[in-house]
Design a protein around this ligand. Structure first.
Ligand SMILES: Cc1ncc(COP(=O)(O)O)c(C=O)c1O
Length: 414
């Protein structure tokens, strides 16, 4: 049988990340590649007790079809958290529970992107967002960034004109995936002032905001201009990703369209999971649980930074020092491509994600992403030591071309 694929399906590519994760499943490999939270942080006992409670108290309702908007007590809990932590005043009617925040990206793409629509993203940006938007065939334009995120002055340059004016900009203000960078309060204010001046809508994605190590990041971008912003959050990094629970906060004018897209996609997010989480979250559970994740991840980050400092000494390699989240971003000498480097690292039983996958525009091929949360301290030591050896050998084998040397010196990102 000859199946004729839609143009949309033709345009879909296998996720580079998934392909890499397959490699990383090789026995004995230490993977610093995955975007998985540490399984040590999953609150299994609390979940078991809550499961029992949900089934015995409201079994039939927990197993029945439910409202597309989501479970009301969970939506109210979300508005309270956003008020306390993000400076956002949100009505529960603006909260749409989604099947992970990944689904929120898909719904936003369906509702806001036509074929060829210009959308703006950070340089680099979350690969999963590029994948979610791509079936809608947007024209994805990268905004110039420094170590604090997008440069406000570049918005006017990239926004486009007339019918080609950008539909929105997708932004990750906290402990960004992949760089680990965070926007300062000043950068947020300047960026949002410029977006408001230009009439540019904002799509804010914040799955890592609660995973801060020293101090909470500044208020959400959406708090500056609620009518001009969509906000996404997730339970994946603070409870467990397998629950597939996320949410989107939309201005009231946009909410019905997202809801219709949600109904068409899957009717509703599993109500059992929503009730389970609402039960777990009772009695301020999150205020006791999240600090344990922060403490573990901070310790892991400190270990990775210390080993990088020790092992990369003397090499022209730089890395970000994230103040939260799960990832650290590394820049190797300009002329080293990290994709072929990965194959050599895998031979030494180490995996990372080559940075090129995270760019919508011209990629910086000399970058890579490391996760510091899933490997143990001992594994981090072994893996970074091996990675430094692979890099040292590569740098020795490929002497620095003259031009690349001057470009590397000028380079300020990450
Ligand atoms: C920036 C970002 N957004 C969204 C997601 C999707 O998360 P989930 O669908 O599990 O809520 C991820 C997952 O890693 C992410 O890193």
């Amino acid at each position: 049988m000859n199946w004729t694929l839609s143009r949309r399906a033709e345009g879909m590519n296998p996720s580079v990340l998934r392909e890499i994760l397959k490699v990383a499943e090789k026995p004995g490999i230490i993977s610093l590649a995955g975007g998985l939270p540490s399984a040590k942080t999953f609150p299994i006992e609390a979940m078991a007790a809550a499961c029992q409670e949900v089934l015995s108290k409201s079994g039939p309702a927990a197993l029945q079809y439910a409202a597309s908007e989501g479970y009301e007590p969970l939506r109210i809990w979300i508005t309270e958290q956003l008020a306390a932590n993000q400076g956002m005043t949100v009505d529960p009617d603006q909260v749409l529970i989604t099947t992970g925040s990944q689904q929120a990206l898909d719904l936003i793409g369906k509702v806001l992107i036509d074929t060829g629509s210009r959308i703006l993203v950070e340089t680099p940006t979350y690969l999963g967002a590029l994948q979610a938007f791509s079936p809608m065939e947007p024209n994805v334009v990268s905004v110039d960034c420094d170590e604090q995120g997008p440069l406000p002055e570049d918005l006017a340059v990239k926004i486009g004109e007339g019918a080609d004016r950008a539909r929105f900009m997708y932004l990750l203000p906290n402990f960004q995936n992949p760089t680990g960078r965070t926007m300062s309060a000043e950068r947020r204010a300047a960026l949002m002032a410029e977006a408001a001046r230009l009439g540019l809508p904002i799509v804010e994605d914040n799955p890592y905001g609660e995973l801060w190590f020293e101090q909470a990041p500044p208020a959400a971008l959406s708090s500056y201009n609620p009518e001009g912003s969509i906000y996404m959050g997730s339970f994946s990094k603070i409870l467990a990703p397998g629950l597939r629970l996320g949410y989107v906060i939309a201005p009231k004018a946009l909410y019905p369209k997202l809801l219709q897209a949600k109904q068409a996609a899957d009717l509703h997010t599993p109500i059992f999971n929503q009730r389970l989480v609402a039960e777990v979250l009772k009695d301020n559970f999150i205020d006791r649980h999240v600090p344990t994740i922060r403490a573990l991840y901070k310790q892991q980050r400190d270990t990775m930074l210390a080993v990088l400092e020790r092992e990369m000494a003397g090499l022209d390699v730089r890395w970000s020092k994230p103040e939260g989240g799960m990832f650290l971003w590394v820049r190797v000498p300009e002329h080293i491509d990290t994709l072929p480097l990965l194959a050599k690292a895998v031979e030494r039983n180490v995996a990372f994600v080559p940075g090129a996958a995270f760019y919508a525009g011209t990629p910086a091929r000399n970058t890579l992403r490391l996760s510091f949360v899933t490997a143990s301290a001992e594994q981090i030591n072994i893996a970074i030591t091996a990675l430094a050896e692979v890099l040292r050998a590569e740098i020795a084998a490929q002497p620095k071309p003259l031009q690349a040397a001057s470009a590397a010196e000028l380079d300020t990102v990450a």
